[in-house]
Design a protein around this ligand. Sequence first.
Ligand SMILES: [Zn+2]
Length: 337
Amino acid sequence: MVKIFIDPGHGGSDFGATGYGLREKDLTLSISKRLVNILLNEYDDVQVKLSRTGNQTVSLNERTNAANAWNADFLLSIHINASGGSGFESYIYIGSFPSRSATNQKRNIIHDEVIKTTGFIDRGKKEADFHMVRESHMQSILTENGFIDNAHDANLLRQSSFLDKIARGHANGLEKALKLKRKSAEQVSVASSPSDGSSSNREMGDQRYQVNKAVAGYYTAADAKTGENKKSTVKKGDYYVYKRYDGMINVTKQKGVPGSWINPNNNVTTALNTFRIRVTADELWYYNKPDWNAREGIAKKGEVFTVVDTLTVNGSKMYKLKSGKYITANPQYIEKL
Ligand SMILES: [Zn+2]
């Protein structure tokens, strides 16, 4: 099993670089999700974790802490460049460290593959004192994929098909660098063989798929892809693969019987330490920003929330909730679940 930690640069209140109506934080997330999709769909024995799966603010320390705690084998931080230039460059840590030459070798492979699929101008294989490559305990690289404020690059970066090329280049590079095992062609295509009792029956039915958290289930692969017409919730657990199509997977508890289509992108657990709390006070204020004066409404006793971040506001702890609201972290009024 190879554990790959993917870090979409910036996010939340940190937009990263901007230009031509584009924001770095959106592009890095979009590329990262495409990459995760490729890795989980096309390779065996790969685990992937993202430093963020949405538009969250995640500090650099939280990112490397998460990768270190998870014990990743490899960390890839994805960024978009700005300020005077065009093309692609990649980084390893500038200082000395034990796995420097192995890291550099992997970086070189990934770098060359991205150049190949994107046709980016090659700005070179570089070294820098970036937090992500300095503080991560595993081999790690950072890529800068085009210049957001360069007209030519921005025009490419606004095209979905070009973001696919960037993701594909990274995937090809990771495959070679980490010696990832491709699923066989029949595993990634639709199961089309007739069930005539011959050996062809084995191909899909025996394949297993791990659902890591409750995800939405759909009637069709197309719905799963667009996220429309949700029909059910597929619970965490071990499933058989009934079919794969267009990156989507039909998972089932009963071998050979169609189940629900799911989007494997939804099955990625975030590395953030989220946990749940329950309100124990009869009534409790919640806030629309991290400010004790920004009261917005009242949560009632017994209500449960998911916490995504803990902040200190005027000396008192506040939880940021998944909904984007804030609530006190004072254990007199809430309990951790
Ligand atoms: Zn950046």
